[in-house]
Design a protein around this ligand. Structure first.
Ligand code: UN1
Length: 523
């Protein structure tokens, strides 16, 4: 296992099932196109550095046509009753179930997740399909009592039109699906710009989705523009015909997207970086805390927005908890994620390895001691892959710049506290506010964490880690994490425009607030 031959065999099987080729288009504007400028993007696997495919990318010229076609689809799709749109999304979920293994493996090949995490991502798409099907019959508006005689007052919701979705490499399709399936049942059409690191997953998914629409005799509603240059993302941010942009990615790019979209008074949903902490108190169940922190820090090789990057540990636990955590980090097998016993695959690219090394260097310079890891790994047969050892750093001040910064790698900073207030102060002292966790069986500690003086994040977990949210709740964070909400609960409202309706069904024209304005009496 682990040789180039095995990886090639996986690739062939997966490509055959998903209809992918060595040369493939990354532009879907209603049909698959070659891209006006003939630019191409080579997609490599982070597992062994081998080229997986050569993708034709979209340019600004292609984008204009794509938007026009998307609006043409919108005119048809938005007229279909929402529960009927839900039926199409249900069929999409069924089709995804059929391709679960191949898509999971494609995600593993393209971004280096373990296949079980890759399949988990497809499961997340299926779950949101199921949610969206139910939602298609529950797009409720409120009815209010009007203050005027013979008047009816209520709200209903319409789709925005064509919605832009920009996604990151680490969840190459699940995050898109949170946006796309909810947006679709409301009646929107979706334009997707995926990460260039994860173009093939986006292409395979777009293919499957629009096949289902075609089977139903419907126009395509999921458009795709792969780009390696940043040009399409900028076009999307400026584009007046994209009333809503949902962006997942770094805080710095998110700020640029927000500025450009706000400048044209468009709407944004921003899902930006996290810098998530787990507080472990003396009343924690040590087994659950250990497993929760390890999963949170190491799943997806520390490349989730929800990754646990900071452990805020009660000082009395140093001698019991830290040695066990260090040995768990040391025992985790790093390597080819296609091997069954590997839990930590590669980082996405060389730049990510450089960021890992730089962060550890900065942490050491700030007074940190390495307790585990701090090594760039070379895996025999996979020399061009991007592997690093899961790392624990102790003694870095909680407000050091490197601790306040999200580094997309498996690095965990151990920070200590004495009183719970101090733990909350450390917890909340970073610019980001996405996910958080407390491990404790003490009701007072838990409720304090969940109170207004506790976690300042969008997601708060008790006795479970910062990563691995379910789709049923609204997903998103505060502060630099962007403030957006996606996925379940009532996050759907961001994909719809609210209309407040007042109907007068009486013979008079009473005005609100008791105002009189009787032009007839003055004549
Ligand atoms: C992300 O990293 O952008 O909660 C999303 C989780 C996953 C989603 C992460 N369900 O870890």
């Amino acid at each position: 296992m682990g040789s180039g031959n095995d990886i090639r065999a996986f690739r062939e099987r997966v490509f055959a099932d998903l209809g992918l080729y060595q040369e493939v288009s990354g532009l879907f504007d209603g049909g698959w196109g070659a891209g006006a400028q003939g630019r191409r993007l080579a997609v490599h696997s982070p597992i062994d550095g081998a080229q997986l495919a050569d993708v034709a990318v979209a340019s600004e010229e292609d984008f204009g046509r794509l938007i026009e076609n998307a609006w043409a689809s919108f005119r048809e799709w938005s007229r279909i009753p929402a529960p009927k749109r839900g039926e199409v999304v249900r069929a999409i979920g069924e089709r995804l179930r059929r391709h679960m293994d191949s898509l999971g493996l494609l995600i593993a090949l393209e971004v280096g997740k373990t296949p079980i995490e890759g399949r988990g991502e497809v499961q997340e798409m299926i779950d949101i399909c199921d949610f969206a099907v139910g939602l298609s019959r529950q797009l409720y508006g409120k009815t209010m009592a009007s203050e005027r005689l013979n008047h009816r007052l209520y709200e209903h919701w319409h789709p925005h039109g064509v919605v832009g979705v920009i996604t990151a490499f680490n969840f190459p399709c699940a995050v898109w699906s949170w946006n796309a399936f909810i947006a679709a049942v409301i009646g929107n059409v979706v334009v997707w710009k995926p990460s260039p690191e994860a173009a093939l997953t986006a292409i395979a998914v777009t293919n499957i989705m629009n096949e289902v629409l075609d089977d139903h005799g419907l126009p395509p509603i999921f458009f795709l523009a792969v780009d390696e240059s940043g040009e399409i993302g900028k076009c999307m941010s400026r584009e007046l015909r994209l009333p809503l942009i949902s962006f997942t990615g770094s805080v710095s790019t998110g700020k640029e997207v927000a500025a450009a979209v706000n400048a044209r008074l468009g709407r944004t949903i921003l899902e930006l970086g996290g810098n998530n902490a787990a507080i472990v108190t003396p009343d924690a169940d040590p087994e659950i805390a250990l497993r929760g922190v390890a999963f949170g820090a190491l799943a997806t090789a520390g490349q989730r927005c929800t990754t646990t990057r900071r452990l805020i540990l009660h000082e009395s636990l140093s001698d019991s908890f830290i040695p066990r955590l260090v040995s768990a980090f040391g025992a985790v097998k790093v390597g080819n994620p296609l091997e069954p016993d590997v839990l930590v695959g590669p980082l996405i690219n060389r730049g990510a390895v450089d960021s890992y090394c730089a962060a550890i260097g900065q942490a050491q310079a700030a007074g940190g001691t390495v307790l585990a890891g701090n090594a760039v790994e070379t895996i025999p047969g996979l020399e061009a892959g991007h592997y690093v050892a899961p790392t624990i750093l102790d003694g870095v001040p909680p407000d050091a710049e490197v601790v306040r910064t999200e580094t997309f790698a498996p690095i965990l900073y151990v920070l200590r506290y004495r009183a719970l207030d101090e733990a909350f102060a450390i917890h909340n002292c970073v610019p980001q506010g996405l996910s958080s966790a407390i491990f404790s069986n003490n009701l007072r500690e838990v409720e304090a964490f969940l109170s207004v003086v506790g976690s300042d994040c969008g997601l708060a977990n008790v006795n479970t880690g910062t990563a691995g949210a379910e789709i049923g709740g609204a997903f998103g964070g505060e502060k630099d994490s962007g403030g957006g909400r996606e996925s379940g609960s009532d996050a759907w409202k961001a994909y719809a425009r609210r209309q407040t309706v007042t109907i007068n069904f009486g013979p008079d024209l009473p005005l609100s607030q008791g105002v009189t304005f009787d032009v007839s009496q003055r004549q």
